[in-house]
Design a protein around this ligand. Structure first.
Ligand SMILES: Cc1cc2nc3c(=O)[nH]c(=O)nc-3n(C[C@H](O)[C@H](O)[C@H](O)COP(=O)(O)O)c2cc1C
Length: 271
């Protein structure tokens, strides 16, 4: 379980309670702390260390995620599009966090070039592609800001999740998490077959959670069944076998991969 950006809880400690409930109510779940790249890139090392430990301690986190969200910041009314020096800050966080580091997007995808920079300069433990196809912060923020014309121009911006998995996997040997528009266990199974190690989703779970505990439990059960059916039908005894299941790409993906010089065979067999 990722939590949302914890900046608010650090700046306004009276709001930290809404994060602490995660540690209190989900002691055995995998919990992932979360901070934004624009904020961490502007902090000096001493304050940054303090933010990182506060974020981790607040939810008793097993891992720490830093989100890269340039498109969101551009459209956000109170946006902070500050990314200068972010790679150095990520490298510093990796050194001090004492937890696995996940670098993620928020719905516009991570490119091969960014993944290569991350792999060589930061060496994160995981990259969550969070590609386009699901929740769009360009839309959300522009509706809040009342600038829907610009958002319409940029509504298609980003790298679709399936392609972002291929892009990242072609240059990065760590854990790849698929997210952005994953809506069923079958979507998750496909993501794993083309190179992701795990998948996650936000919107559908939030919608279920709004209806309550039983609905959320039911949704997760359905998701797992859908995932297992895909494994059964492809003859995959475990997730590792699913990751080697035969895959056929449609023309859009083939064209994208060829323009980006990513050999299809290379993707799934990379690790
Ligand atoms: C209401 C909402 C709030 C979000 N807040 C954050 C956030 O604070 N930090 C973050 O890294 N991602 C955040 N995300 C982005 C998700 O992590 C995910 O990348 C994105 O929603 C795409 O997945 P989806 O299509 O399944 O929703 C948020 C998503 C939603 C729906």
């Amino acid at each position: 379980m990722y939590v949302g950006s914890q900046r608010i809880a650090i700046v306004k400690p009276e709001t930290a309670r809404s994060f602490r409930v995660v540690a209190e109510n989900a002691p055995t779940a995998l919990k992932i702390a979360n901070l934004g790249a624009p904020q961490v890139s502007r902090l000096g090392e001493k304050v940054l260390s303090d933010w990182v430990s506060q974020a981790i301690d607040m939810i008793n986190a097993d891992a720490l995620a830093i989100h890269l969200n340039p498109a969101q910041e551009v459209f956000q009314p109170e946006g902070e599009p500050w990314f200068r020096g972010v790679l150095d800050k990520l490298r510093f966080i990796k050194k001090i966090a004492n937890r696995p580091l996940i670098v993620k997007e928020v719905g516009n995808g991570i490119s091969m070039e960014v993944a290569k920079l991350l792999a060589t300069k930061v060496s994160p433990d995981a990259i969550d592609v969070a590609g386009t196809g699901g929740t769009s912060f360009i839309r959300i923020e522009s509706i809040r800001a009342g600038t829907t014309d610009e958002a319409n121009v940029y509504s298609g911006w980003g790298i679709p999740t399936a392609l972002s998995i291929c892009e990242v996997r072609s240059v990065y040997n760590g854990v790849v998490i698929a997210s952005g528009g994953i809506r069923s266990g079958l979507d998750g199974a496909k993501a794993i077959a083309i190179g992701a190690n795990a998948f996650s989703m936000s919107r559908p779970l939030l919608l279920a959670a709004l209806k309550g505990y039983d609905e959320t439990r039911k949704f997760i059960g359905k998701l797992l069944r859908e995932f297992k059916i895909a494994m059964f039908l492809t003859g995959s005894r475990n997730v590792d076998e699913l990751s080697k299941a035969p895959v056929v790409f449609g023309p859009t993906i083939i064209s994208w991969l060829s323009q980006r010089n990513i050999p299809c065979k290379h993707i799934r067999r990379f690790a």
